[in-house]
Ligand binder design. Structure first.
Ligand SMILES: C[S@@+](CC[C@H](N)C(=O)[O-])C[C@H]1O[C@@H](n2cnc3c(N)ncnc32)[C@H](O)[C@@H]1O
Length: 379
């Protein structure tokens, strides 16, 4: 890849601070019954509902005239945390078509239609073979894969015009240390994620999330051209909801955690093993996210929309809900507890979902998705 100014790759590659030391787990590979491909319609719901907003922002806010004149090497788009494709392809279709449309409607622009390049990024263990073998055959862009963590630099300086990420920024670079330390005030004994009644644990998670979102923005600030746009779809929770009658993804994850405790109580695995396991995810509230994004010196927050969990009705059976959770969490769980417990764990989880009047009804899912549009400030 070359830089915007045409300087060769040597410049771009100079000391990219990649953070390959972080053990990150990919979604379930392939396209079989437990795969992410087959079980990601919940996340996919966000793309459709975000479509008109992304189109409108590209139309109004992306400076195509400037891009066309300063981008002899084409217009570069990246999807950070694309997984095995599927939802990513729909999103990239929306973004690339909106860019072509904007170009076509900018009558003052002379010259050729810009060439579009889409960078598909995910962790190094992601199943890129499935992604590349299922690329849409009639796509209007060139596809490039860039493995590595998006919390560090991945692309050359000032090379990226549009950044996208969906359902990925809830992932932390690590579980906050205090959460796993017995004796610490934030020790999360018996749970696999924070719960609202444990303030120290929540604070430790929020602190890590803040650092990680800032690291993501810092890396993109270097990679993006002045005036470049970013659309982030971030899974989140409302500021208040009633745990007696409603649920969100974190409460669902804690239901899965209670299954692990049940298995420990039956002697199927050790309690200490459950105590030492915490998931590296944080689901922000809109207020928390807004505060983090507004602190950025490199991006302006152009728009923040709350999407009312558009995918929830895709999980209309407990089996579908369990399969969605399995496709996302199996790698992490199997790594810590061993793959032999996975079937039993998800059978138990399905039983618990079935027995719960709250979790049984997708209308009680109060999870939300935040769409944040950011613009790279001029240097
Ligand atoms: C729930 S999936 C979402 C995939 C896709 N964007 C979608 O909307 O369906 C989250 C993806 O983010 C990736 N991911 C998580 N942390 C990452 C990181 N630090 N760097 C790159 N990818 C990451 C995961 O590997 C996973 O593929």
């Amino acid at each position: 890849m070359t830089c915007k100014n045409g300087k060769a790759d040597n410049d771009a590659n100079e000391a990219l601070p990649r953070r390959t030391d972080v053990p990150l787990h990919a979604m379930n590979a392939g396209d079989g019954p437990h795969s992410y491909v087959q079980n990601s319609s919940y996340q996919g719901g966000a793309v459709d509902i975000a479509k008109p907003i992304i189109e409108e922002e590209i139309s109004k806010n992306l400076d195509i005239k400037n891009l066309s004149s300063t981008s002899p090497n084409g217009v570069w788009i990246a999807d950070f945390g694309c997984s095995t494709g599927h939802n990513s392809f729909s999103a990239m279709q929306i973004v690339t078509q909106a860019i072509y449309k904007k170009h076509a409607s900018s009558g003052r622009i002379s010259g050729k239609v810009p060439k579009l390049f889409v960078v598909f990024n995910d962790v190094i263990t992601n199943d890129f073979n499935t992604l590349f073998s299922s690329l849409p055959p009639h796509r209007n862009y060139n596809a490039i894969g860039v493995p590595g963590t998006f919390h560090g630099r991945l692309l050359p300086e000032s090379s990226l015009h549009f950044a996208y990420s969906s359902w990925a920024l809830q992932s932390l670079t690590e579980v906050p240390k205090a959460v796993a330390e017995s004796g610490s005030a934030a020790w999360n004994k018996g749970k696999i994620l924070y719960t609202r009644d444990r303030k120290e644990v929540c604070d430790a998670y929020l602190n890590q999330y803040t650092k990680d979102i800032e690291a993501f923005l810092e890396a993109r600030a270097v990679e993006m051209v002045n005036g470049g746009l970013m659309a982030l779809l971030i899974p989140a929770v409302p500021t208040s909801w009633n745990p007696e009658t409603e649920y969100t993804i974190p409460s669902d994850i804690n239901l899965l955690g209670s299954c692990l405790m049940d298995m420990a109580n039956k002697g199927r695995l050790s309690e200490a093993k459950v105590d030492s396991f915490n998931l590296p995810y944080y689901f922000t509230t809109p207020e928390q996210l807004k505060a983090i994004l507004e602190k950025s010196h490199s991006f302006t927050l152009e728009r923040l929309e709350i999407l009312n969990n558009p995918g929830k009705h895709t999980l209309c059976s407990v089996e579908a809900r369990a399969a969605f959770f399995r496709a996302v969490h199996e790698g992490l769980l199997a790594d810590h507890f061993g793959s032999e417990i996975i079937d039993e764990l998800f059978d138990l989880y399905t039983e618990k979902l079935e027995a719960s009047p709250v979790f049984l009804n997708p209308n009680n899912d109060k999870s939300i998705v935040i769409l944040a549009i950011l613009k790279r400030r001029l240097n």
